[in-house]
Design a protein around this ligand. Structure first.
Ligand code: AP5
Ligand code: ZN
Length: 217
């Protein structure tokens, strides 16, 4: 499977991508998770990225393209395919990804857009809890962990993301509509775009995703 997830903050990219990744034995690359791990490790990139992420802006295309290029070339778990979550996020990133995949003879199969109205995203974002090491996300109300504030798998504590507040979300949404939403037209032109109703319950969203994937994967 070779696919990308498009969709606004809180649409469910990070909830659905790990399920597909497990099913298809393909890697799940979340550029947000990769940047957050840099922040946690205190790298130079992490320091720059934290400021940008907390303001709801975008890290430069050049940096992000290099991160994905490096992962696709060197991450052995991507050999069977990949699910990109949070990348591409601008039309130039989508163009670079195309060039990269064409050169490797592994073209993208589909672009899945999780479609949802902005009004539903505030409650999803403000209730989110994450397990930083794995990127697993929970929700205080919609998907609570078995034990309060604790990861189901590792038993480690859950935290809130520093950009999960209404002010940063408003900026992330504005950035999404101006910079990321235009990517849909790019993939529609290539006949690779599939829209998914992301306002449904998580398992219903999963079913729609499976139905919209190419049958030969
Ligand atoms: P990133 O981490 O990608 O954040 P985002 O795009 O804002 O998306 P989210 O992670 O907030 O949403 P999601 O769709 O994954 O939702 P989730 O499944 O967790 O990026 C962060 C920042 O990094 C960016 O702002 C930018 O600065 C930078 N960055 C990253 N990539 C970049 C790039 N390529 N170029 C430049 N900069 C980049 O779900 C949300 C909540 O809802 C959870 O609590 C979940 O449990 C719940 N939920 C999920 N599905 C459902 C459902 N169906 N019903 C009810 N609740 C649900
Ligand atoms: Zn995410």
């Amino acid at each position: 499977l070779r696919t990308v997830f498009l969709g606004p903050p809180g649409a469910g990219k990070g909830t659905q991508a790990p399920l597909l990744s497990e099913y298809f034995k393909a890697c799940h690359l979340s550029t947000g998770d990769i940047l957050r791990s840099h922040v946690k490790q205190g790298t130079e990139l992490g320091k720059q990225a934290k400021e940008i992420m907390d303001k709801g802006g975008l890290v430069s295309d050049e940096i992000m393209v290099n991160i994905i290029k490096d992962e696709l070339e060197n991450n052995v778990t991507c050999k069977n395919g990949f699910i990109l979550d949070g990348f591409p996020r601008t039309v130039p990133q989508a163009q670079k990804l195309d060039e990269m995949l064409t050169a490797r003879n592994t073209p993208l199969e589909t672009a899945l857009e999780l479609e949802i109205d902005d009004s539903l995203l505030v409650s999803r974002i403000t209730g989110r809890l994450i397990h930083p090491a794995s990127g697993r996300s929970y929700h205080t109300e919609f998907n609570p962990p078995k034990i309060e504030m604790t990861d189901d798998v590792t038993g480690e504590p859950l935290v809130r993301r520093s950009d999960d507040n209404v002010e940063a979300l408003t900026k992330r949404l504005a950035t999404y509509h101006s910079q990321t939403a235009p990517i849909a037209a790019f993939y529609k032109f290539q006949n690779k775009w599939r829209g998914i109703d992301a306002a449904k319950k998580p398992d219903e969203v999963s079913v729609r995703i499976m139905e919209s994937l190419p049958s030969n994967t």
